[in-house]
Ligand binder design. Sequence first.
Ligand code: HEC
Length: 153
Amino acid sequence: MRLYVIFIFLSCNINNPSLWPNKYMVQYLKLFFFCFFCVLFIACTQKKKQNQTDFMAEGKLIFEQSGCAICHSLNGETMYGPALNSILGKSIHVLRDSIQHSITVDEDYIYRAIKDPDFEKNEAYLSKKMPLPILTDKQIEILSTYIIQLNKH
Ligand code: HEC
């Protein structure tokens, strides 16, 4: 708010022709641009923080409403399916078209595992089945970003 006041004060002075040429003009202009970019920077970071929080809140909601929490914990506890808070970077074996592959769980794997659970099957859970979730691509993206962020913290 204080920055806005300085900003208005400065723009008034700059627009006043009686002050031209003023030896403080350059300083005023520097200060004006400095304040302008400060305000812009603060506004942008606030908006980004807000977006990230919204994203996490939305991911949590979809996770709970889509029934993921019935089979997956987010605290390391193995339920029907694997816990999803510590999978990123793990080396696992999966079956794809009946062929075994050793992979490292990355962001794409997490997305794929939600979008098409039958495409690759985690060998440690061969006898268990994950149902195909009825979600839009956007919801899957939000969900996988939510899980990835939880893994990073
Ligand atoms: C009926 C239980 C069940 C439900 C509901 C379920 N899953 Fe799964 N999920 C599993 C099982 C079992 C596996 C491991 C077997 C496999 O890879 O298919 C798995 C695997 C995964 C994996 C890969 C983890 C790894 O280490 O291989 C992710 C990511 C995942 N599920 C996310 C989700 C999300 C997000 C939802 C909600 C939309 C969900 N699951 C709903 C049972 C379930």
